[in-house]
Design a protein around this ligand. Structure first.
Ligand code: 6GU
Length: 238
């Protein structure tokens, strides 16, 4: 997967992809991330990329020309499956969306700043708008980093244990169960006996019960979503 990111703050995106899992994904050639400075596409004297909004009001708007120059420069070299604008008024990112996007080839991400981008760019170039939650960030860069992380770890071959993404929180509308490591006892606090029993059926059942209970308490909305999906799929066959 190739991901191009257009931003006015390239410095913010210098390091998040050079660590851990995303670094490994790139080292293995499974993921390429390229960051582009929007100012490089400005033809104005101070490399200006924003302007006052028509109709008045505080806050600058990212202008058409540099955005179009940047995207057309990239589109002349690569074909993108989605042009994604990171904006607080986009669709909220969730695991099913991350799963879907991880199956795409090339993605172009555009980080919003100031009051946002000229509406005409959204209408004529953007194919998908994504928010990472109901709070406001000072720009789309950190949201883009979150999205790239969520996608990168899903690419086949990126995770060491290829099955482990299957058991993430949210993959089946359940939060993940509690986990423990050595020692078996720390300050008198013991690891649940079942995990030491060696009985894998019992352990799977316990984990499922714990995941269900945790989800009931913390995110009952997820259980409802899971039920709705099961209804859509219809009764299991075979
Ligand atoms: Cl994508 N951008 C900004 N500026 N704020 C956000 C966001 C994006 N998602 C949540 N808050």
């Amino acid at each position: 997967m190739r991901i191009d990111i257009i931003t006015v703050q390239p410095g913010l995106l210098e390091s998040p992809f050079s660590h851990s899992i995303l670094k490994r994904a790139q080292d293995k050639g499974l993921l390429e991330v390229h960051v582009h400075n929007l100012r490089d596409y400005s033809t104005l004297k101070h490399k200006q990329v924003d302007d006052y909004q028509f109709g008045g009001g505080a806050g600058m708007v990212m202008m058409m020309e540099p955005l179009v120059k940047a995207i057309e420069h990239l589109q002349a070299q690569f074909t993108y499956d989605e042009v994604i604008y990171l904006t607080p008024d986009g669709e909220t990112l969730n695991q099913p969306m991350a799963n879907q996007l991880s199956l795409k080839g090339n993605l172009l991400l555009l980080c919003g700043h100031y009051k946002g981008i000229d509406e005409r760019f959204r209408q004529h170039f953007v194919t998908k708008e994504i928010s990472i939650g109901d709070y406001v960030l000072s720009g789309g860069e950190l949201a883009a980093a979150v999205l790239v992380d969520a996608l990168g770890r899903l690419l086949p071959g990126v995770l060491n244990d290829e099955t482990s993404a299957l058991f993430d929180s949210f993959q089946d509308h359940l939060l993940a169960p509690p986990v423990y490591t050595r020692p078996e006892e720390f300050r008198g606090w013991r690891v649940p006996d079942v995990l030491l029993s060696g009985d894998h059926r019992k352990i799977d059942d316990w984990r499922h019960d714990q995941a269900l209970e945790r989800t009931r308490l913390r995110r009952p909305d997820l259980l409802q979503k899971g039920e709705e999906n099961d209804k859509e799929k219809g009764p299991a066959k075979g």
